[in-house]
Design a protein around this ligand. Structure first.
Ligand code: ATP
Ligand code: MG
Length: 364
């Protein structure tokens, strides 16, 4: 399962570009501003239905043009599935899977899991819990089939509960009490799925991906459900009711879940160096991909933007060793083609290089 063909039109500085990536490592190299990140962005868009750089579609459509188009062929279980997405200046999207129009980006996302690593990704450890939840739930989305519909139902109820807390209409207390039964039922199911996923994740992370990595000595991973699970969530909702009413939102539940890493009780962001944090991030992403691969038989895609940036030769070798642990189709960008040899060597996989110049692929 991989992306075997890609065509991009009017996307950033790319007017028209087609290429056939290989299943192994695809190195995209070229000068600053040549279009490397844009190329990765288009692959990401084709799976997530959105960009990782902007929420404004106008920024993405090539200047002076009215819409962008991305077409790809994804090979899934020996089938070649054509997929396409386009968006115009008015923000109207068109999404096609196997020639049929679809409304659901999640159908596109289901086909091939695409994860991204950029030089900024290690902010996962510094930022708020939202990004970490997103990371975790990406794995759950692919591995636990019920997760997505449970999560959607839960969010509907959470929205309703928060609206009642904020607006306080007549009988709001009884209404909240009524919805809380479903809120609790869904929360417990979501949490059970997350706990089971975290257990599998920990095993894969500590026993497989990081076995040879000094970095993880004394490292521990702690998951927080979003409420104190030693108590009944119904009681916790009651205890927090007055506070939630004042704030106008629900303060406890699976929408507040988080996880953290620590070494000897000190959180990693306060202990590890930037390079070490980046290595840890690679290990997390590869763990996620290799878990998805073993649990679902789906091959995933890993997009790595500007890999060599800020990583020493020794760390690049370690990144290579980590990347060797998953079978993902890999896209790496770098300014110079020889800067990732230390990464590629331990991976022992086929490598193909693509040179980008002014938004076009050129043959050397
Ligand atoms: N909507 C757009 N229309 C036309 N060009 C754009 C648009 N958005 C961005 N660009 C330009 O596209 C070019 C490619 O940007 P991109 O970020 O892909 O470069 P890059 O190869 O990743 O560079 P770097 O090595 O500096 O990261 C840049 O020159 C940028 O200014
Ligand atoms: Mg770039």
């Amino acid at each position: 399962m991989s992306l075997e063909f890609l065509t991009i039109k009017n996307f950033r500085n790319i007017e028209s570009l087609s290429f056939s990536p290989i299943e192994g490592i695809n190195l995209i190299y070229g000068e600053n501003g040549s279009g490397k990140t844009s190329l990765l962005e288009s692959i990401y868009y084709l799976s997530h239905g959105k960009s990782f750089r902007t929420s404004k579609h106008k920024n993405i459509i090539k200047k002076q043009q009215s819409k962008f188009i991305i077409h790809g062929k994804k090979s899934v279980n020996d089938l070649s599935i054509p997929v396409g997405i386009s968006k115009n200046l008015l923000g109207e999207s068109s999404l096609k899977i196997q020639g049929k129009s679809s409304q659901k980006v999640s159908d596109l996302a289901q086909l091939i899991p695409v994860q991204l690593i950029t030089p900024e990704s290690y902010s996962l450890f510094f930022g708020g819990p939202k990004e970490r939840r997103k990371f975790l739930d990406f794995g759950l989305f692919h591995v636990e089939h019920q997760f997505f519909s449970l999560w959607q139902s839960f969010n509907k109820i959470l929205k309703q509960r928060n609206a009642l807390l904020k607006q306080k209409p007549k009988n709001y207390y009884d209404e909240i009490r009524f919805w809380d039964k479903e809120f609790v039922r869904l929360s417990v199911s979501i949490n059970n799925l997350r706990l089971s996923y975290i257990n599998k994740f920990k095993q894969q992370f500590f026993d497989k991906i990081c076995v040879d990595l000094d970095l993880v000595k004394d490292l521990s991973l702690e998951f927080n459900s979003g409420w104190k699970t030693t108590n009944e969530l119904t009681d916790i909702l009651s205890e927090n009711f007055e506070r939630d009413l004042k704030q106008g939102f629900t303060s406890r539940g699976p929408h507040k879940a988080d996880f953290s890493f620590s070494i000897d009780g000190i959180s990693v962001e306060n202990y590890l160096s930037r390079g070490q944090l980046k290595l840890l991030l690679y290990a997390l992403k590869v763990t996620q991909n290799s878990l998805i691969e073993t649990e679902t038989n789906k091959q995933s895609i890993l997009l790595i933007d500007d890999l060599p940036s800020e990583l020493g030769q020794d760390t690049r070798g370690k990144v290579g060793k980590i990347l060797a642990q998953c079978d993902s189709q890999i896209f790496i960008t770098a300014i110079e083609s020889d800067s990732i040899s230390a990464v590629v060597e331990p991976m022992k996989r086929k490598l193909e290089m693509f040179h980008v110049k002014h938004g076009k692929l050129i043959t050397n």
